[in-house]
Design a protein around this ligand. Structure first.
Ligand code: FEO
Length: 401
């Protein structure tokens, strides 16, 4: 770890202890909090790391610059996974000039009580470190309102904050030519493919709501020549920089593959049997699909595949004359992510009066989803006669063309 180029040094850390990110999202492969130094006549530090890594993080910085001082601390993003150590940096180098924008300033005050020696930048402003120039572009709501990105002009390198980030700690190296997804034994064609699933899970879980602002940022950045992307999470993208930009473009347009994301929750197994029946019918027809049980797995994975496939089928029994809560919460999350352009169908069991399918259809309709059927609501025990998944699979096949 260390050098990305002569002037760009990696000083980030791998978090292999945290089990749940943001209190909600599992981390089976860990996560990295990336931070970078640009070392020239002056030294700029770009973002920091999470609070628990203070010692390791400071050792990383000292390893790279020895007794030199940090002149600038560029704050691209104030979410605490990247900003928690601002106070520590200020204590280590009291003269450090913090670089942020007008929206960063009150957040730094609120989180750290710091309001002096802040260099406020706006769109297109630059600072010089000697022969290196850093230029700042605002990227609001990618992922917070104060978010900005930093472009190192001479090295065509974008310090992109959360944009182009991914879950998964780094193993073996930092750049995409030499790093692997920590703890993953699957053999992937290349680093981009190795991280693709975790990148989509990260995008859908964390940034998914902000498709429109990601699109605006991509449009703005399309005017820059970018040969290296240094995100705050995951590998430094060099060989696959274009692949990563293209993938974020697709995800933020809610563009999806032909296929079906089946998501269900079941109390006594009848709605589960219906889900399995649909999977079996799709399998027979050669339609790609994924199945997620909301009662046994974190919803993170279901969101990941909502962003993968163009058809969403949700199963939930009726509960208190409403949607069974795990499925309601999931649909609330789909709504909150402003997911667009999906085909939809619902199914579920009830005992004395059905409500869940109708209510799921209403939630889907509000999102503009195309209903492929009126829904499959069945009383008491599942049977193929009561819940015809073969017909639904045919309808999905027909929609595929
Ligand atoms: Fe990785 Fe929005 O912070």
């Amino acid at each position: 770890m260390g050098n990305i180029s002569e002037k760009i040094r990696y000083v980030g850390v791998n978090d292999l202890q945290k089990v749940i990110f943001e209190g909600m999202w599992p981390l089976p492969f860990g996560v990295s909090y990336n931070s970078y130094l640009v070392v020239d006549e002056k030294v700029a530090l770009i973002d920091t790391a999470e609070a628990g890594f203070a010692r390791e993080y400071m050792e990383n910085i000292r390893r790279e610059i020895g007794d030199r001082k940090v002149d600038y601390l560029v704050v691209n993003h104030m979410e605490p996974d990247h900003s928690s150590l601002i106070s520590m940096i200020r204590e280590a180098w009291p003269e450090v000039r913090i670089v942020g924008n007008a929206k960063t300033v009150p957040m730094i005050k609120g989180y750290h009580g710091i309001s002096d020696n802040i260099h406020v930048v706006k769109e297109g402003d630059s600072i010089s470190l000697g022969s290196s120039t850093l230029t700042f572009y605002m990227a609001p709501m990618v992922h917070w309102p104060e978010t900005m990105v930093t472009y190192f002009n001479e090295e065509k390198t974008l310090f992109s904050g959360d944009a182009f980030g991914t879950f998964g700690a780094l193993d073996g190296g930092i750049t995409d030519s030499c790093c692997r997804l920590y703890g993953c034994t699957d053999v992937a064609e290349n680093t981009f493919e190795a991280f693709r699933e975790e990148m989509r899970r990260y995008y859908s879980n964390i940034v998914g709501k902000f498709g429109q602002t990601v699109q605006a940022a991509l449009k703005k950045l399309s005017g820059l020549e970018i040969s290296r992307i240094c995100s705050t999470h995951g590998p430094v993208w060099e060989n696959h920089a274009a692949d990563v930009v293209s993938y974020y473009d697709r995800l933020s347009r809610y563009d999806a593959d032909n296929g079906v994301c089946i998501v269900y929750a079941s109390m006594y197994g009848n709605t589960a049997k219906a889900a399995k029946a649909l999977a079996s019918e799709l399998e027979k027809r050669g339609i790609d699909y994924a199945v997620h049980n909301l009662c046994t797995e974190n919803v993170s994975y279901a969101y990941r595949d909502v962003f993968k496939y163009n058809t969403l089928v949700v199963g939930a029994p009726t509960y208190n004359n409403d949607i069974f809560p795990p499925a309601y919460n999931f649909m609330y999350g789909v709504s909150a992510r402003l997911v667009k352009n999906r085909n939809f169908a619902a199914f579920g069991s009830f005992t004395w009066a059905g409500a869940s399918v109708k209510l799921l259809n209403e939630m889907a309709s509000k999102l503009g989803f195309k209903l492929l059927s009126e829904g499959l609501s069945f009383p008491q025990a599942y049977s193929p006669e009561k819940c015809d998944m073969s017909a639904l699979a045919d309808r999905i096949m027909q929609e595929r063309g």
